[in-house]
Ligand binder design. Sequence first.
Ligand code: SF4
Ligand code: SF4
Length: 542
Amino acid sequence: MRLVENIIGAMRGKAGTPIPGGIKPPDYKQATLRSRLMPTPIPRELILPLIQHGSTRTKPLVKPGDKVLKYQTIACSEATGIVDLHAPTSGVIRAIENFAIPSPLNKESMCILLESDGFDAEIDHNAITDYCSLSYLELAKLIEEGAIFGLGGEGYLNRLKLSSGKAVKLLIINAAENEPYITADEALLREKAKLVVLGAKILQAACMAEHCVIAIDSNNTDAIEALEQTQLNCPIELIKVAPKYPTGSEKQLIQTITSKEVPSGKYPADIGILMHNVGTAYAAYQAVVEGKPCISRITTLAGPALQTPKNFETLIGTSVDYLLELCGLNQQDHTMTLMGGSLMGVKLARTDVPILKTTSCIIAASNAEFPPPALEQACIRCGFCADACPVSLLPQQLYLYAKCQYYSELISHGLNDCIECGACAYVCPSNIPLVQYYRASKEEIGNQLKNEMSSAQWKQRFQYHQYRAKKDKEASRESKKRGAVAKTDEAVQSAGSTVQNMLPTFSRESAKKEIAAAVDRVRKRKTRLIASSSDENTESSK
Ligand code: SF4
Ligand code: SF4
């Protein structure tokens, strides 16, 4: 613990240790920071995917035609690690069916379609003014009921983070937002710094972290000022980090702040550290103090094809189209829409898709700022990509393995540690879309693993079937054998008794008697014969 204290003490108020590699792309943040953070008007329809995280679906508690109130639970979790789904406004459930969801591949998924009634009528909720009186377990439960995801865009489940069961030495609230277009966290801090700090305290109490810091880019001056005013007499420290992309990524920020590396394949909790986004801290405040589950988030609407780019506090389920219209989308300039930022985001296949709890940014791109990708050239082994990699990987080597589909080499060269930040592709003079190769390889490896797992399961089932068949055969052979032996014994026994019955009863005494009787019969017969012959002789002499 002393190490963490020393590090924090040494860095208090100063820029942290820069990450290896990284890039400094031009900044387009000012366009969205000009206006105040504002709530979006309630759209007529909200599309709420039943799958909120991973691949497990929540179970609907409503049916088409049902009336619901704002904050009402409309789908519940049935599995560990899934949170409930709440109605973002009052209205009528119109359908529960497949709708398009945000994806580069035009995917659909089962969603609840809620038609707003415009009244925004709420259910009663329990506001807790004195959260300090609650135990850490009660706080964690309230946060769980708040259905909060990691709102930084990564979508980690707070409950899982909070209940990892590992001692937490340091809680980091991440406000280091280095994507060139995203300003959602900065806007939130600028306007709700006090509530974010309260949320940070709640998270700290819920995970019993010994220390808590808020890490922020040193050039976010408005947000820093707001935090410094708020944090008077507060034990939470403010740490300013160098504004280099991608310092805000989880492992990179931990390295920057503590000089500790989270080992490959491990989680920050394994080294006693937890990290939450500022949006998550604000949502924790709402869930615990106001008793309101997460039904909205701050999303940056940016890009050159928008006349008035800004940050919105938008309801989950609002259509991207609706938000683009609110910002004055210039259809002629608009060439594509990115979700999640210009470097880490994905190109949306369509824009009639809902805002999710993980949607930090939508960019309406134009050809001027986002020209079509230049022709991919051969790798010239310049090494620029390796210099830019914040994870100290060898991107050119990974690229060659990915091209040749050498998956085991990709894994042994750290593909799983690649955070898909795009820094390597950004500096590549040969215009190689390196991240696309890595993503495709990760997907392929994932599919292969899935297939292997399912074929392993089939193999296991087959082997078990064979084992059962063998056991049954042995058992039947055994029972047959036992049956045969029993029969033989029986047969032998019955045969024995038959033979015994058939055999004459020989004994020495009886034999003697038999012989004596026979001798007596012979003697008597002889006597009779002699007597009869003497009678005949007498007769003839007469
Ligand atoms: S930056 Fe591009 S060209 Fe240079 S080594 Fe990396 S992949 Fe090859
Ligand atoms: S995308 Fe991956 S390989 Fe490229 S710089 Fe980022 S972490 Fe390194």
